[in-house]
Design a protein around this ligand. Sequence first.
Ligand SMILES: C[S@@+](CC[C@H](N)C(=O)[O-])C[C@H]1O[C@@H](n2cnc3c(N)ncnc32)[C@H](O)[C@@H]1O
Length: 254
Amino acid sequence: MSIFYDSLTPFYHLIYPDWPASMRQQGQQLATLLATEWPGQTRVLDVSCGIGTQAIGLALQGYEVSGSDLSPAAVARATQEARHYEVAIPFSVADMQHAYACHGTGFGVVISCDNSLPHLLTDEAVLAALREMWACLAPGGGCVVSLRDYAQEPRGTNLVRPYGVREEAGKRYLLFQVWDWDLSGDHYDFSFYIVEEDLATRAGQTHILRSRYYALSVAKLSALLREAGFEAVRQVEGAFYQPILIGTRPAAAL
Ligand SMILES: C[S@@+](CC[C@H](N)C(=O)[O-])C[C@H]1O[C@@H](n2cnc3c(N)ncnc32)[C@H](O)[C@@H]1O
C-alpha cells in the first residue's frame, strides 16, 4: 500500500483539476461540518493525511491539525505543502491501525477522508482502525470518514475510470484507472495509469501503479463505527463531494 502511494505522491495533485482550490474547498466544507456537529472542538487528527488535502485545508480554516499516513513520501510532501501554505502541522508516518500509539488521545475530531479506510481489506482491519480513531478522541469528540459510494459502482473487469488530462510545467498527463472486480464483488484490483508526455520533445512514458480496495459499503461502515463504540452514527448528506459518515465518542459519564 505504502509503495503505491509513495509512487503516486509526485503526481497526487494531478488527480484534481486544481488541487489548491480543492484543498481549500474541502477545508471549508469540513470546517462547516465540524462547527455544526462538534462546536468548540479545535484539535483535529487526520489519520490518512496523504499529501495534506484535508489537513492543510482545515489548518487554513484555523484548526490545530496533526496528520499521519502510512506513506513516507506522502508525509514528506504534506510537510512541504504545509510549509508552502504557511500552516504548522506536525506530520508523521503511522498506520492508522496503530494511531493511538503514535498520537495519544485528546483530539476533538479524528478524520480519514477520500476513501482511505477501504484500503484496509477486511472488516477486522477497518474495525481496528476505527477503534484507534475512537481512542485518539477526547470524550464527546467526533469521527469523520469519507468514502466512495460502492453501491453505485458496476462490477466487472477492465472497467475504465477516467480522471482527465492535465498540463503542467511543459508536460501533459493523461490519468485513468482500470478496475478488475473479484467474483464476490467485495474487492477490486486497480491499476492507475499516468501517461506523461513532454510537450517540447514529444517523449512519453507511462507509470502504472497497482493496488487493491475493499468495497466497504456505507451500511457496513456504519455498523463497524457502532461496533467500535461510536454513537449517533449517521451519513451526512451534501456536506462533501463523497458520502460522509460521522460518529461521536460518548461524553464521559458525570
Ligand atoms: C486516496 S488517499 C487520500 C489521502 C488524503 N486524505 C487526501 O485526500 O489527499 C488514501 C491515503 O490513505 C493512506 N493509507 C492507506 N492505508 C493506510 C493505513 N493503514 N494507515 C494510514 N494511512 C493509510 C494512503 O497512504 C493514502 O495517502
